[in-house]
Design a protein around this ligand. Structure first.
Ligand SMILES: Cc1ncc(COP(=O)(O)O)c(C=O)c1O
Length: 434
């Protein structure tokens, strides 16, 4: 090329969660049946949307107006409806103008970091959800900046680590929280959120909250939203329908801007995000017109509560199976639909194995694990995949120094769920004893 083509940050873009799928597909082609524990897709795990939701959507599809253009920032009525919901929480107050729709949160996330000045950084949690950490790292052309979530303290953030990193890195302009968290299933307690608000105040930062799982809590937990706790700090909440409806293929998520009027720089940032949408001629109309009809229906609350309770019940089944392994650090989950399980220090080494009967599968797995410097948890994950056909994601793929793996709490067929997690436990026991 005449000039350098690729941006510096492009090498930071990776979605390791998908890498494991390529490996699993190779094994599937050799005849192995795979239990897909790698992706948070309720439908793949036998979840059925209630008929009344499908009826609302199919009725909308019969109306001509559904096929016309709509405002690039999103349908006015829908933004008014969502602003009202936020205002009812008795925290920060917003109007429809403070809401902007994106083509899913993935789009919102990449736009948000894209418009932050290259030298300014947003610090996020580790284990890190890669859509955020990759996009932030790509914008800065540096590796992600992270604060630790602590597996020995219910996955709560290590506030001292966060405070010190913010204090000693003047480039940090914002703190990301993912509440409830992916991949740990942790729900931020109110006191911790308040302390994060205090850090933002002390250092004049903005807060970014990914709240795609905000209505998915169970086992007695309640997630406090950014709107409730932010006081007068500038902030953005990111919300969407991919998880709580669930309807990821609608590619529909939105940002809510809080306290724009409190800081001119922040206000200009929000304006730039709106302008980025304005250069597109339309937004995702069908899901947007469906939102007030679905969220405004009293049946939605009942549906969500039942679905959450079921996730909670499955989380306890999984806990009963995996808690019995002393070499693991296991935390109960309270939100979203994942659990991250950690191998205690010193329990993994590069000699461990699980027996694989099929010679072709065995050869493939042995080839993968013979790579130089392969992370020890990835090595375990490959053996588990080859020997038991269970596809989980290594935690080292989430910008983490910890060793472990992420599973989902989604399988609705409880016998299948029990079989899968028993296979995981048996795999771990054999691997650690080998
Ligand atoms: C924390 C978090 N944010 C955002 C997304 C992506 O959402 P969307 O489907 O709206 O792009 C996910 C998907 O798994 C997620 O876990």
């Amino acid at each position: 090329m005449r000039q350098k083509l690729l941006s510096e940050g492009a090498s930071e873009l990776s979605y390791e969660i998908r890498e494991i799928v390529k490996k699993a597909d190779q094994l599937r082609k050799l005849g192995l049946t795979i239990s897909w524990e790698n992706i948070g897709d309720p439908i793949q795990k036998h979840h059925k949307l209630p008929e009344w939701i499908k009826t609302i959507i199919s009725d909308l599809m019969k109306e001509d107006d559904t096929y016309s253009y709509c405002p690039s920032k999103g349908m006015q009525e829908t933004r008014e409806f969502l602003a009202k919901q936020t205002n009812a929480m008795d925290g920060v107050q917003i109007t429809a103008e403070d809401i902007c729709f994106f083509n899913g949160l993935g789009d919102a996330i990449s736009k948000a970091y894209q418009f932050i000045s290259r030298t300014s950084r947003v610090i996020g949690p580790t284990p890190a959800y890669s859509t955020h950490s990759s996009a932030e790292a790509a914008h800065a052309a540096h590796e992600p900046l992270t604060y630790k979530l602590d597996p020995n303290n219910k996955w709560y953030p290590d506030l001292e680590d966060l405070y010190n990193k913010v204090k000693y890195n003047p480039n940090i302009v914002g703190i990301l929280i993912i509440n409830p968290d992916n991949p740990t299933g942790m729900v931020y307690p109110l006191e911790i959120l308040k302390k994060i608000v205090d850090i933002a105040k002390e250092f004049n930062l903005f807060l970014l909250a990914d709240e795609i799982y905000i209505n998915i809590t169970y086992n007695g937990a309640r997630a406090y939203s950014l709107a409730e706790i932010i006081e007068d700090v500038p902030g953005i909440s990111m919300k969407g329908i991919s998880k709580e409806l669930p309807w990821p293929g609608a590619r529909c998520g939105w940002m809510e801007y809080y306290n724009r009027g409190k800081d001119e720089d922040f206000n200009r940032f929000c304006q730039a995000l709106d302008n980025a949408k304005m250069i597109e001629v339309c937004s995702t109309k069908l899901p947007q017109v469906a939102i007030p009809k679905i969220f405004g229906d009293p049946r939605f609350k009942v549906y969500r509560e039942e679905t959450n309770q079921n996730i909670g019940r499955r989380s306890r089944i999984i806990a009963d199976i995996l808690r019995t392994v002393p070499q693991l650090t296991f935390n109960e989950t309270f939100g979203a639909f994942y659990n991250t399980i950690i191998f205690r220090d010193g329990t993994l080494n590069s000699k461990q194995k699980i027996k694989i009967e099929d010679p072709k599968i065995k050869a493939l797995v042995e080839g993968w694990v013979s790579q130089d410097n392969i992370a020890l948890d990835k090595r375990f994950v490959y053996y588990l995949l080859g020997a038991k056909g269970v596809c989980v994601v290594p935690i080292s793929s989430f910008c983490s120094e910890l060793q472990g793996f992420r599973v989902t709490l989604l399988e609705e067929d409880e016998q299948t769920l029990t079989n899968t997690f028993t296979a995981i436990r048996d795999g771990i026991v054999e691997y650690l004893a080998s």
